[in-house]
Write a protein that binds this ligand. Structure first.
Ligand SMILES: Cc1cc2nc3c(=O)[nH]c(=O)nc-3n(C[C@H](O)[C@H](O)[C@H](O)COP(=O)(O)OP(=O)(O)OC[C@H]3O[C@@H](n4cnc5c(N)ncnc54)[C@H](O)[C@@H]3O)c2cc1C
Length: 336
């Protein structure tokens, strides 16, 4: 076991924040995790995946433990589904490509989302009309205090919009070890969301297949979202807020162009990016901190921004949206 002290985290978070961890260690099995916990249980622990959904606002005064558990195993199959167990340290997009190569359907719309498998259930990742909970079967997670493995079903995970029990009741209690997915042998396509149909037409696709849908999503995402390798960011900084229909109707009278999506449960989801843009933030830059010019939901680090500066900008954006629309935005990115 190699424990690093005062460890630089800049290359371990996609915001490229120059924070440090008091200690840093990596584990590739539950035995290695247990070994670490036996020796160093006195320090707070932060489990790290790909670092694409976090903002370090200060140094971490504890141990950052990077989960590197690998492996993709086809557990069993029936007439309709395959059940695939994947190590938490596997890269999400590489797994999507693996599924496409095997013709396992269900996550092609989630192509190109950065990060690792273990973090995907934490915020129930979603994009282009599909969310992780639609293909989730179960997960195994190690309870850091009890020191034992739990198996959690979808119901146990209490999935919601960019939300799960791991962001609430079980926050910081578990290290997710693996996730098992239930994937379809016969695809059901979700192509009405966003510009997927248009992109497929542009690509000249005549007969739908999961590889083409994945490629269409990759093309759209690459043209719209800043690549963290070039402009460090953590994707959407805020969630799209849900409001009661009456609140939406009142806003619509005042702002006839408001972008919103009615939900089946009778509430309405408002486009946070549109509201941020209306407050004049799109393309804003102060020093090395900014709100991206093509996508107002994405806050960016143009070079040497600190996590605190990015957090402060998010606070200003929150305030102005609250003043103009009377809606309180919630951050999607985990603040540390
Ligand atoms: C350019 C860009 C685009 C994005 N687009 C999307 C999108 O379309 N949809 C979407 O949903 N998200 C999107 N994201 C956000 C991000 O990719 C996802 O939230 C992803 O699941 C984070 O994975 P990660 O491994 O990087 O997690 P990290 O950032 O490392 O961790 C996130 C949280 O999960 C916890 N965690 C990580 N791994 C484990 C584990 N094994 N056990 C317990 N806790 C763990 C961490 O402690 C932390 O609280 C985007 C991000 C970027 C940079």
């Amino acid at each position: 076991m190699q424990i690093h002290e005062n460890f630089p985290l800049k290359s371990y978070n996609t915001f490229s924040i120059d924070a440090r961890a008091r200690f840093f260690n990596q584990f590739s099995s539950v035995d290695e995790l247990e070994e670490y916990l036996m020796l160093y249980s006195q320090y707070p622990i932060f489990i790290l995946g790909g670092g694409s959904n976090i903002l370090f606002t200060k140094d971490y005064d504890g141990t950052v433990l990077k989960n590197n558990i690998r492996g993709i195993d086809l557990q069993h199959e029936d007439a309709e589904y395959v059940y695939v167990k994947v190590g938490a340290g596997e890269n999400w997009h590489q797994f999507v490509l693996h599924c496409i190569n095997h013709n396992w359907a269900g996550i092609e719309n989630l192509s190109l989302i950065p990060g690792n498998i273990g973090a995907a259930p934490i915020q129930n990742i979603g994009a282009y009309g599909v969310e992780l909970d639609e293909v989730f079967w179960s997960l195994e997670a190690f309870h850091l205090q009890e020191r034992r493995i739990h198996t959690l079903t979808a119901a146990d995970c209490e999935f919601g919009y960019r939300d799960s029990v791991f962001k609430n009741r079980y926050k910081d209690q578990f290290a997710i070890l693996s996730v098992t997915f239930q994937l379809k042998k016969k695809p059901v396509y979700h192509v009405s969301y966003g510009a997927i149909t248009e992109e497929l037409e542009k690509m000249g696709v005549r007969e739908l297949n999961i590889k083409a849908v994945s490629q269409a999503v990759i093309n759209i995402r690459s043209s719209k979202l800043p690549d963290p390798e070039k402009i460090p960011n953590s994707g959407s900084f805020f969630k799209n807020p849900e409001v009661p229909t009456e609140k939406y109707e009142a806003l619509k009278l005042q702002f006839p162009n408001i972008v919103a999506y009615p939900l089946a449960k009778g509430t309405v989801k408002l486009a946070a990016g549109w509201m941020i843009e209306q407050c004049g933030w799109k393309g804003y830059r102060k020093g090395d901190v900014g709100c991206h010019a093509k996508q107002a939901l994405v806050l960016v680090n143009y070079g040497n921004a600190t996590g605190k500066e990015i957090y402060d900008l998010s606070e200003e954006i929150l305030q102005s949206v609250s003043e103009k629309f009377g809606v309180i935005l919630e951050r999607e990115v985990n603040i540390i």
